[in-house]
Design a protein around this ligand. Structure first.
Ligand SMILES: [Zn+2]
Ligand SMILES: [Zn+2]
Length: 100
């Protein structure tokens, strides 16, 4: 007999994931935190969608790819640019794409 592995719990869990993703997408498209997002030097993708970055918990030191300023991060999820460079050039500090 095949076990019914698609239990109620799984259904509920899947539904929660869909809801979370949908919420992210809606926020991505409506851009409700535009001001806060730009102040943090992040593009829509990184701010709304790529916000659950999972990294190790070691402190990571990295230099800004533009000006070389040393930046430290509380995880291995690091940014490409420092906030100054990101804002000055209108680019996302995480992925480097132009912020619209
Ligand atoms: Zn910089
Ligand atoms: Zn980005």
């Amino acid at each position: 007999m095949v076990k019914d592995s698609y239990s109620k719990d799984t259904k509920y869990f899947n539904k929660r994931i869909i809801e979370k993703q949908t919420e992210k997408l809606l926020r991505y498209y409506s851009d409700p935190d535009k001001k806060a997002r730009k102040e943090q030097g992040l593009c829509k993708f990184c701010y709304y969608y790529n916000c659950d970055r999972i990294g190790g918990c070691a402190i990571t030191i990295k230099n800004c790819e533009n000006c070389g300023t040393e930046m430290s991060f509380g995880s291995t999820a690091t940014d490409m640019y420092c906030l100054d460079c990101a804002i000055e050039n209108g680019i996302c500090k995480q992925c480097g794409q132009k912020i619209d």
